[in-house]
Design a protein around this ligand. Structure first.
Ligand code: AMP
Length: 722
């Protein structure tokens, strides 16, 4: 196909972006740093006063009540001691009784506080996580990579059921986003030349703050140590005064925003040491998270493994825009591996050094961020956690999306539309609505150029985890990183410089961005400026009409502008891990002797859609099962056939453990039983109908309720064996 190119000088050739500020530690001018500190202080004092004035009152009241009761216990204990020391007989028994009563009250207050701060649940959460993770690793959902060589932190393999879940989630992602919005999907290399990541700011700024064990050299992420310290104190130290508890909460709220100096000061102030050795720690310093490599054999061409997929889209923007008929809005999407050399990855799939990202860049006219399909999601209601609620110490609230957009809590309809679509995507995958919230970035957490950012956070045993970032990154980075365009007017330069024209043109074209912008400013204010041409060995005077200087812009319907970018960015591993936890439950076996593990994956996610079990070992059933398996394959339904002849109950338990939603038991050559995993209900279905029934169920055209109305239910001997 032949495409008409549009005017090259009007279009950006490299639209890239700076990494997010939480990873950013570029040296700041003093005034800016001071302003930033001022705004941080304002945040601290605001959240402090608000939390003292009624935020989280129950916890605060409980801490006060416990402190008062403890004081009363101490006073009464003193009284008992003095009575005993004085040798008085009278009143001692009564005083001891009173002390006992006070201790009981203090114990009750401690338990109430413990329940409120969740430390009681910590052990249960840990235990539940262990059960889930053991099941996942035993069933090969995922496995530490290079395990036989003792593994490498932050690298994991997906085993067979894990691969199937991942590919199902990605297939649904493509259907839900790429297909629904006619997005332009691209697939770019992971190895990226330095020039791209320099332009995007990653080479300079994609860093995390690190501290080192001063004796062993072990590295830790500084903010994680501070976070763990504060959380641990809040959950486990019941003797904390309400004021100290409020201080720890404040630190947690502004953690992403602390400068290296502030972070270092807090680590010192709290006496935080290396968790493994208790050795002192170094001051925090930035560590770039990109894996560096070289491209080609010479070692001269520096490259990096991409830390995100977005750059591949930005550098192709010009062609994609053209492919789209030079019309906005449009979106491009990419699924691929991203690499981040995380400082000390823990938490399984949640923080790894190589992971799959699915990213969307939706390019939109900055003056019109309405979305024609916003009405489709406007009535959705879910937990939203805008910055006002966070800063006043409140919790996320159920909010209607339409209201959040109309009140301006969410900056614009396009951003709102994607928040709604992300909500639908996650809940249809099986994420529990009550453990999903959309949290707005705090003012200082957000890049200064961004219009608004929200994270889809999912609660799991590790706490609330950012799984999808949805940001209106505005036009800032496209502008900042679009290409400099210097167009010398050869006619005017020729008239002025005659034979020297060529050298002046070359010198003008060789200007750096700063020199060009300084010249532009001088020409605009004074109409002319002196310009040194080294090859001529002298200064010349350049006038306004001799050169045009600007940054590349988009031309649409004769209006020149730079598009805004709304970017939803999905971390697949995080979503999948949370899905594992939300889908997991246990139930007693029929004999109640053991707990059976079940993953209640919706059919679209389930790694295998159904099983085929001949009821007993016999040729007739085995043959019927094989025919059925063939039909399922032809219908594109993944299945397992198990002819081992062990009890049906055991076979159900095995496949419940990998979340297979439907089990077909073959107990005749004409009719079979289909059992649904969670309700354990069974229906009788003609053997030749099985493939179409399972297909309808797994593709969502029918629900189990529909099927159980349509076909006779069954309570057979196989059910009794569970
Ligand atoms: P970011 O570009 O930092 O906003 O990351 C985009 C998404 O990638 C996040 O919402 C996470 O879901 C995911 N992510 C980021 N870092 C990691 C990591 N180290 N391991 C796994 N997922 C990650």
């Amino acid at each position: 196909m032949v495409f008409m190119r549009f005017r090259p000088q009007l279009i950006a050739s490299s639209l890239s972006r700076a990494p997010k500020p939480s990873r950013t530690l570029a040296p700041q001018p003093l005034a800016a740093a001071a302003a930033r500190r001022r705004s941080l202080t304002a945040t601290l004092s605001f959240s402090s006063s608000s939390s003292m004035a009624g935020a989280a009152p129950s916890e605060e009241a409980l801490r006060r009540a416990l402190a008062e009761r403890q004081t009363a216990v101490d006073a009464q204990a003193d009284a008992v001691r003095s009575l005993k020391a004085s040798g008085a007989k009278e009143g001692v028994d009564a005083a001891v009784e009173a002390l006992k009563a006070l201790k009981i009250e203090a114990g009750a207050a401690a338990r109430r506080l413990q329940a409120a701060v969740g430390s009681g649940g910590g052990a249960a959460r840990e235990e539940m996580r262990q059960t889930v993770v053991n099941t996942l690793e035993r069933k090969l959902f995922y496995i530490p990579s290079f395990k036989i060589y003792r593994g490498v932190a932050g690298l994991y393999d997906y085993g067979p059921p894990g691969c199937a879940v991942k590919s199902n989630v990605l297939a649904f992602w493509r259907q839900h986003f790429v297909l629904e919005e006619n997005m332009l999907e691209v697939d770019c290399p992971c190895v990226t030349p330095e020039v791209v990541l320099k332009a995007s700011g990653h080479v300079e700024k994609f860093t995390d703050l690190m501290v080192k064990d001063e004796k062993t050299g072990t590295c830790y992420r500084a903010d994680h140590l501070l976070k763990d310290f504060c959380k641990d104190k809040l959950e486990k130290d019941l003797t904390l005064s309400p004021e100290t508890a409020a201080e720890f909460k404040r630190v947690l709220a502004v953690l992403d925003d602390l400068s290296p100096e502030e972070l270092g000061a807090k680590i010192k102030e709290y006496g935080i040491v290396a968790p493994d050795t208790k050795n002192p720690l170094s001051a925090p310093y930035p560590f770039n998270l990109m894996f560096q490599t070289s491209i080609g054999p010479t070692g001269l061409s520096v490259g990096y493994m991409r830390p995100e997929t977005a750059q591949g889209i930005f550098v192709n923007f010009k062609d994609l825009y053209y492919y789209n008929g030079q019309k906005l809005p449009f979106a491009a999407a990419q699924i691929g591996q991203a690499f981040r050399n995380e400082i000390s990855p823990r938490q399984g799939l949640l923080r790894v050094r190589e992971f799959t990202l699915a990213e969307i860049e939706h390019f939109v006219d900055p003056e019109d961020k309405s979305h024609p399909k916003f009405v489709d999601v406007a009535d959705l209601e879910f937990l939203m956690f805008p910055r006002e609620l966070q800063l006043s110490g409140e919790s996320a609230k159920l909010t209607k999306l339409a209201e959040a957009v109309s009140k301006g809590t969410v900056n614009n309809e396009t951003l709102g539309y994607f928040i709604g679509r992300v909500y639908l995507f996650l809940t249809r995958l099986g994420i529990d609505k009550s453990r999903l919230r959309f949290r707005q970035h705090l003012p200082n957490e957000m890049a200064h150029y961004a219009a608004d950012c929200w994270d889809a956070e999912i609660e799991c045993s590790y706490g609330w985890i950012e799984c999808v970032g949805i940001a209106d990154r505005s036009a800032y980075d496209l502008k900042a990183h679009s290409k400099l365009v210097i167009v010398p007017s050869k006619k005017d330069l020729g008239l002025a410089f005659k034979g020297n024209q060529k050298m002046v043109v070359e010198a003008l074209e060789a200007m750096s961005e700063k020199e060009a912008m300084d010249m532009k400013a001088a020409l605009e204010s004074k109409g002319e400026t002196n310009f040194q041409v080294c090859t001529l060995g002298k200064d010349v005077v350049i006038t306004k009409k001799m050169v045009s200087i600007g940054m590349e812009k988009k031309l649409e319907h004769q209006r020149v502008f730079t598009p805004s970018v709304v970017e939803p960015s999905f971390g697949l591993g995080r979503i999948i891990y949370c899905l594992f936890e939300h889908s997991f439950y246990t139930r007693p076996s029929k004999s109640e002797e053991e707990q059976l593990n079940v993953f209640r994956f919706p059919p679209i996610v389930a790694p295998i859609k159904c099983t085929v079990f001949p009821l007993v070992k016999n040729q007739e059933f085995d043959d019927a099962a094989k025919v059925l398996a063939k039909e399922l394959t032809a219908a594109g339904i993944s299945h397992i056939i198990d002819t081992t002849g062990i009890s049906i109950g055991r076979r159900y338990a095995r496949t419940d453990e990998i979340g297979v939603p439907f089990a077909v038991t073959v107990d005749s050559a004409t009719e079979v039983t289909i059992r649904e995993r969670d309700s354990k209900q069974q229906v009788r279905v003609g053997i030749d109908e099985v493939a179409s029934v399972v297909k309808e169920l797994t593709e969502g055209q029918s629900t189990w309720t529909d099927i159980s109305f349509k076909y006779p239910s069954h309570i057979g001997p196989q059910g009794d064996q569970e």
